[in-house]
Design a protein around this ligand. Structure first.
Ligand SMILES: [Zn+2]
Length: 441
């Protein structure tokens, strides 16, 4: 989507599934918090009965927005709240949620006195991301991947760790010039449609996102690597940075599982496996050794991510020629490349929504009309296929593929016992902190 000066930072925390949990302090650090108990089937049934008792009428949406407005512009607050609700309804019309998706949405002045940290982002539309992430095992290739909480909940596992209160957080900057659907004047040539932007960002929060990251962007290294994750953060759970003695590994997202090379039809998970194998088996490697061994692989992925129309997302029940072409036609841009559909292919089509650029002066309805009035609205057929493939049910695809359920922790488990537990639990002991910056020019 094209948005001038649009920067989104996603703070993504993969917290420990049990024993120790963490909340973000800032984009570099997390703090230890009470984790909550292991939730069993009995607990889930009890909650369901209680919730059913509270239901008034049958009109509760499955996509619920808790909205906080901290600006003095009450008119804007009302419009923004409605836009978030409309965005949620649009998504819930396409995806058949089995469990409620809970959004923590805020409209705030990024430069208000109490928001000094966000003032650096004053020219940006906002921040968004999954509130919590989990690592789960795929049945077919036996690889663990990162899933956002909103998606994990849809699998309705009989037992699971206590979920975070919210699935996705989204904060919009009240200093931006937005157009709202209920504005009485037409959209201005430089205004961005709030609702369209919210839908786009919420889909990232639902899992439309790659976790391939630049390895060393500061030094302009042409290398991409899957997200780094700690395997063992120590007994106190304190996290300052990945230290010398911390066990680390790399993990891709469930979205990444389906990225293929369009020239060969092979999966990029092959690169992840290659990097993971080296990292896990060479925990004491120096950075020099790491680069010596893995730079060629990481550079190959970088080259793919900057070669037009070479990577695609392979939807369920389809072959290479049906793949959704991903954005690799631009100079590499963290948070834009790979995580979006190819602009040159999907511009002016019904699948424009998840392109990295947006056009000012166009409303949601304008985009639907330009795309040919697709019956499903602004979430186009290929975008829907991507969401179905990562695990969301729709009317035409009611039974998506699920990963393996959570493994219940052993009562006496501690970090010293790591080698005796299953792989899925090992990774559930780790947390990850990734900061993704999306610059949409
Ligand atoms: Zn985006």
């Amino acid at each position: 989507m094209k948005l001038n000066s649009f920067l989104i930072i996603l703070f993504i925390i993969l917290k420990q599934i049990y024993a120790q949990c963490f909340e973000p302090i800032d984009e570099k650090r997390v703090k230890k918090v009470a984790c909550g108990k292991w939730v069993t089937e009995k607990d889930i049934n009890k909650v369901k009965i209680n919730n059913n008792n509270k239901l008034v009428g049958g009109n509760e949406t499955m996509f619920q927005v808790t909205f906080t407005c901290s600006t003095s512009d009450t008119v804007m607050c009302t419009k923004a709240q409605r836009a978030f609700v409309n965005a949620g309804n649009t998504i819930a019309n396409t995806l058949k949620f089995k469990e409620k998706v809970l959004i923590n949405a805020t409209l705030m002045d990024f430069c208000a006195e109490e928001n000094i940290e966000t003032c650096a982002l004053k020219h940006h539309i906002g921040l968004a991301g999954p509130q919590r992430l989990y690592s789960l095992l795929s049945d077919d290739d036996k690889i663990e991947r990162i899933y956002p909480q909103a998606l994990v909940k849809q699998f309705q596992f009989p037992e699971h760790p206590q979920y975070d209160e919210f699935d996705i957080f989204i904060r919009f900057n009240s200093r931006m010039d937005f157009y709202f659907t209920d504005d009485t004047t037409p959209i201005g040539p430089l205004q961005y449609d709030f609702e369209f932007t919210a839908i786009h960002e919420l889909l990232h929060g639902l899992g439309f996102i790659s976790y391939w990251q630049p390895y060393d962007e500061a030094n302009n290294l042409k290398a991409l690597c899957p997200a780094f994750a700690l395997l063992n953060s120590g007994n106190d759970g304190a996290f300052d940075d990945i230290g010398e003695n911390d066990l680390v590994t790399v993990k891709e997202s469930i979205f990444d599982k389906y990225i293929i090379r369009l020239d060969k039809g092979t999966s990029i998970t092959e690169y992840t496996k290659n990097i993971e194998q080296y990292v896990v088996n060479n925990q004491n490697a120096t950075e020099e050794e790491f680069l010596q061994n893995l730079f060629p692989t990481m550079n190959e992925v970088y080259t793919l991510a900057t070669t037009p129309k070479i990577l695609g997302f392979l939807p369920h029940n389809s072959n290479v020629t049906d793949a959704v072409i991903l954005e690799t036609s631009i100079k590499y841009l963290a948070g834009s490349s790979l995580t979006h559909v190819d602009l040159s292919t999907y511009n002016n089509t019904s699948d424009y929504l998840m392109s990295y650029k947006s056009t000012p002066g166009k409303t949601v309805n304008d985009f639907i009309s330009i795309g040919g009035n697709y019956s499903g609205g602004v979430i186009g057929p290929k975008t829907k296929l991507v969401l179905e493939t990562i695990g969301y049910a729709t009317e035409s695809y009611p039974d998506p593929i699920k990963p393996q359920p959570f493994v219940k922790p052993q009562a006496n488990l501690n970090s010293a016992a790591i080698s005796s537990i299953s792989n899925s639990v090992i990774f559930s002991q780790c947390y990850i902190l990734i900061c993704i910056i999306i610059i949409l020019l």
